[in-house]
Design a protein around this ligand. Structure first.
Ligand SMILES: [Zn+2]
Length: 240
């Protein structure tokens, strides 16, 4: 039985560069970055104020910055063009298709590979069964991450609402990481942590990230895979 670890970050904000520095220190590449290519260069600094941290920036990379290689060696996937709550478009499904396929086309143009995954803007509560049906029928997206924590290590049955173990901002993260390191699983197991780059500034969790990555890359029996690599491994298996 294998143990897998995967990570993802949403929004494609400038803090990702510092985070990648920590990843590279440990040779870690198991992260997928979900980005909004209709908002490149956008400044959403109101997000900081929303959490009572007005000094924290929320600035997305520009296309030029993306092309300079900031995500080289990492998986980049869809978070829609403009970050809408997709269920608002259930009555106009062509808008859902446009938000996803437009982002996927830009990602292919900039990074060279067509994405097969996304994370839902505002999480799984911002989609309905109808939204998911539209996505499966009109796009090539085959996995979509939500936000509600499972606090568990089960392999997802349903990749259309792929729920993570927890967010890095969650105080339980390191306890879960230590539990996962000790785990002798009866089945294949997955520890999935996600976050937004700006939250590491907001909650000062760079040290927590480093502790997590150190634990995961230091354990000989844990396989680090980005979201797309993991999806491909297990979607094939689940079909059988
Ligand atoms: Zn987002």
């Amino acid at each position: 039985m294998s143990k897998y670890f995967t990570f993802s970050l949403d929004d494609g904000v400038t803090q990702d560069e510092k985070i990648i520095g920590i990843f590279k220190k440990y040779g870690f590449h198991g992260c997928t970055f979900f980005i909004n290519t209709g908002l490149l260069g956008a400044n959403w600094d109101h997000v900081g104020a929303l959490y009572g941290k007005p000094g924290v920036t929320h600035i997305r990379f520009s296309e030029e910055e993306l092309r300079s290689g900031v995500y080289d060696g990492f998986d980049v996937a869809v978070h829609t063009l403009h970050h809408p709550a997709l269920k608002d478009y259930d009555g106009e499904p062509e808008k859902i298709t446009h938000e996803i396929n437009g982002d996927a086309e830009n990602i292919k143009r900039i990074f060279g590979a067509a994405p097969v995954g996304m994370s839902y803007p505002y999480g799984e509560d911002a989609v309905t069964e109808k939204t998911i049906k539209t996505i499966l029928e009109t796009t090539d997206i085959r996995y979509s991450r939500g936000v509600r924590p499972t606090y568990g290590f089960d392999i997802p049955d349903d990749f259309t609402v792929w729920l993570p173990t927890c967010s890095l901002t969650d105080d339980k993260t390191i306890g879960l990481a230590e539990k996962f390191v000790k785990l002798d699983p009866k089945d294949d197991s997955l520890f999935y942590v996600w976050c937004h780059g700006y939250e590491l500034d907001m909650f000062d969790t760079y040290g927590r990230l480093e502790d997590l990555i150190k634990l995961m890359t230091g354990a000989k029996d844990i396989i680090c895979a980005d979201n797309t690599e993991f999806y491909r491994l297990f979607a094939e298996r689940n079909k059988k």
